[in-house]
Design a protein around this ligand. Structure first.
Ligand code: GLA
Length: 338
């Protein structure tokens, strides 16, 4: 077996052979659109670095930076606006409207700008009455909101879980999946209910392409390793087209050392996670770019050999994680978590 070493953080010789079991795919069911995607989504999201401090200039400058830094060439195509893009009230027709000072030119103009650069635009709402930041959200407004986004040219929806009124997750997320399907536009559906109510079971059935498995990531090593550990046992639920989402990346945000950045990125790649950058790309350093543009690591993420990566050996602080590759080889991470 050919072994491709993604990351060697230890002086360990790669003198072992890893045989990774392939879980049986989850039972097939009728999958509504948007449903399966060709590979884990790659792109950027505004939340981790900017929170609500966003506007149309940031989104456009980020799109420009994705092109000028070569990140587009590496496969990063989604530019995702997270919470706080909307005004505090709906319009007279009951439609969400852009925040008047953050997006004075409207979201469609941003979508046009992003599309003109060969990129796609993602947006955010919550399956609740309000978003997590307290803006109008989409519970019981699914059809009109999906139509609004489709009319703007939106390509991806991240759908959060705040202010859900205690209503069943499967119903809330199905209502939006059905509404997205009804638009006729291919809008990737990212389910963000923090791993509650088994999204790995209902996600594919409601049209989701990937689903958050945990609470939010923070820009520190304890958070990264905690989220990593919470992925164990979820491997069988990822399959080609449908992926577990251990949350967006913190690479380059300052809270991790370069070694930790490399480990975080390598492990997320091995987990077949969406690779959504969470840093400021307008001022990204060469060392951060070298992590984000590592073609071998990206190839591991985008390949599907029958399973996401998993822990295959645990010696305390030293761990071995591996993922089967479609050419019969294995990608291996030698991980010194200490
Ligand atoms: C939740 C989500 C985050 C982010 C914020 C926005 O916490 O899990 O990823 O979208 O809401 O308010």
């Amino acid at each position: 077996m050919k072994i491709r070493s993604v990351l060697t953080m230890l002086g360990l010789a790669a003198a072992f052979v890893v045989v990774v079991g392939r879980p049986a795919p989850a039972a097939a069911s009728a999958t509504p659109a948007p449903g399966p995607i060709s590979a884990p989504v790659m792109g950027w999201n505004s939340w981790n670095r900017f929170g609500c401090n966003i506007d149309e200039n940031l989104i456009k400058a980020t799109a420009d930076a994705i092109v000028s830094t070569g990140l587009r060439e590496s496969g990063y195509t989604y530019v995702n606006i997270d919470d706080c893009w909307m005004a505090s009230t709906r319009d007279a027709q009951g439609r969400l409207q852009p925040h008047p000072t953050r997006f004075p030119g409207g979201i469609k103009a941003v979508a046009d700008y992003v599309h003109a650069r060969g990129l796609k635009l993602g947006i955010y709402s919550s399956a609740g009455t309000l978003t997590c930041a307290g803006f109008p959200a989409s519970l019981d407004h699914e059809v009109v909101d999906a139509q609004t986004w489709a009319s703007w040219g939106i390509d991806l929806l991240k759908y959060d879980n705040c202010n859900n009124q205690g209503r069943p997750a499967r119903e809330r997320y199905k209502a939006m999946g059905d509404a997205l399907t009804a638009t006729g536009r291919h809008i990737v559906y990212s389910i963000c209910n923090w791993g509650l109510d088994d999204p790995w079971l209902f996600g594919p059935e409601v049209g989701g392409s990937y689903w958050r498995t945990t609470g939010d990531i923070s820009d520190n090593w304890a958070s990264v390793t905690s989220l990593l550990d919470q992925q164990r046992g979820l491997e069988p639920f990822a399959r080609k087209g449908f992926y577990n989402d251990p949350d967006m990346l913190e690479v380059g945000n300052g809270g991790l050392t370069q070694t930790e950045n490399i480990a975080h990125f390598s492990l997320w790649a091995l987990l077949s996670s969406p690779l959504l950058l969470g840093n400021d790309l307008r001022s990204v350093s060469a060392s951060t770019l070298s992590v984000l543009r590592n073609a071998d690591v990206l190839a591991v993420n985008q390949d599907w050999g029958g399973s996401q990566g998993r822990l295959v050996a645990d010696n305390g602080d030293t761990e071995v994680w591996a993922k089967p590759m479609s050419d019969g080889s294995a990608a291996v991470v030698l991980f010194n978590r200490g």
